[in-house]
Design a protein around this ligand. Structure first.
Ligand SMILES: Cc1ncc(COP(=O)(O)O)c(C=O)c1O
Length: 398
């Protein structure tokens, strides 16, 4: 590196010595950019982040308190405490049918940490991972951060929902493709991949010997059914399948940073290696709380999904009546992702909206170039709050 370049680089990154180029080049979160533009202003209704406005239920917090009181404050085995892995094996087997054995499960310090670790075990610089987009940005960014290529295949909206063209997905794969990454139910779209498509994708991955990574963090936020179709309904332990999940959404545990990975038994060793250098294992008290969530959490999931279902109806009905809005009804998850007529800079628009209406929404560009022209509203909030937010938004969107 010559000195002039080094000086420019340091000036650009505004740090006193160079960073990794891949990191310096990252734009940072566009959602945070909107929220920071309104930092400290009173009266904001925040619907920009992907989390419920409900606290973690008491029985889960109590389990954490008991673990603390009992002195469970030490490091845990890298892949998680045996009781939590066992509880996950039982929970997943019950949910999906085919047995999910304990040796396939690794506990992670959040869903996002699980995604990063999986990428760290799979991709070399120059490899690619094919993803269905628009998509929560961290999935593609974790691939780019490692010098690999996130290869984007666009979901298309039609009058009933979002559609993934499997021919396009398969055509995007080449000899450097290490994995297909599918997030269903999807953030930000609310797309839910049909079981038949999952079966076709699995058959393709078996044939081509590439990994199928599924991000299933919204699997329980589904309406009129118990869980979303999952590759775990049909895959066995020897399949090239990695299913990522989290406690954040199903049990309102975003702040706890707890997730898990289901993978073939041998893969656990690779995950344990990378986990060692990332977190050396998930938070001990949180792991004990996770057992309570899995064993006693079904009534709570039912309750929040009923609430989100009513919120979805309200938001779809109200946004649907606004002249500039084109909305695809979300099949699952807790987001309304909608296109705004005449808006071509969603970042500026979202900043203006929060300044003028005090309603915080996520700009579609945060989810990749395919999201430009769109906004995302998280409806995991009380009906009163949503109603007020929609009243405030209406003049700008009509
Ligand atoms: C699609 C998707 N995957 C993974 C995550 C990560 O969840 P967490 O890191 O809170 O477990 C999120 C969070 O918003 C998400 O939307």
């Amino acid at each position: 590196m010559d000195d002039g370049f080094l000086a420019d680089f340091i000036a650009m990154t505004r740090v006193p010595a160079p960073l990794r180029t891949a990191i310096a080049a990252f734009p940072g979160s566009r959602i945070r950019e909107v929220s920071e533009s309104a930092f400290g202003r009173p009266g904001i209704i925040p619907l920009w982040f992907g989390e419920s406005d409900r606290e973690t239920p008491g029985f889960i917090r109590d389990a954490c308190g008991r673990a603390l009181a009992e002195g469970k404050t030490f490091y845990t085995p890298g892949r998680g405490i045996p009781e939590l892995r066992q509880a996950l094996a039982e929970y997943l087997t019950k949910l999906h049918g085919p047995q999910v054995a304990v040796d396939r499960i690794t506990v992670a310090a959040s869903g996002v940490s699980a995604i990063m670790m999986v990428m760290e075990t799979l991709v070399d610089p120059g490899d690619n991972v094919v993803l269905a987009v628009p998509l929560w940005p961290n999935c593609a960014d974790s691939i780019a951060m490692l010098g690999a290529e996130p290869r984007r295949v666009a979901l298309r909206p039609n009058h009933v929902g979002w559609v993934l063209d499997l021919d396009q997905l398969f055509d995007a794969c080449d000899h450097r493709t290490r994995a297909l990454f599918l997030n269903s139910p999807g953030n930000p779209t609310g797309w839910m991949m049909p079981a038949e498509q999952i079966a076709e994708v699995l058959a393709f991955c078996r044939r081509k010997q590439i990994w199928l990574i599924t991000d299933e963090v919204y699997d329980r936020i589904v309406y009129g059914r118990n869980t979303a179709p999952s590759v775990l309904d049909i895959a066995g332990p020897d399949d090239p399948v990695i299913a990522i999940n989290s406690f954040s959404k199903s049990w309102c545990m975003t702040g706890w940073r707890l997730g898990w990975v289901v993978a073939p038994p041998g893969y656990g060793e690779a995950l344990a290696k990378v986990q060692e250098f990332n977190t050396s294992g998930a938070n001990t008290m949180a792991q004990h709380a996770g057992i309570a969530a899995l064993k006693q959490g079904e009534p709570f999931i039912k309750e929040i999904v009923e609430q989100y279902g009513r919120a979805r109806d309200l938001v779809v009905q109200r946004l649907g009546g606004m002249a500039r809005v084109r909305l695809v009804r979300p099949e699952a998850a807790f987001y309304a992702f909608f296109q705004v007529d005449g808006m071509n800079d969603s970042l500026s628009f979202a900043k203006r909206l929060v300044a003028e209406t005090k309603v915080g929404l996520a700009p579609g560009i945060a989810f990749g170039p395919e999201g430009e022209g769109w906004l995302r509203l998280c409806f995991a909030a009380s009906l009163g709050k949503l109603s007020e937010a929609l009243d405030r938004l209406a003049p700008n969107l009509s």
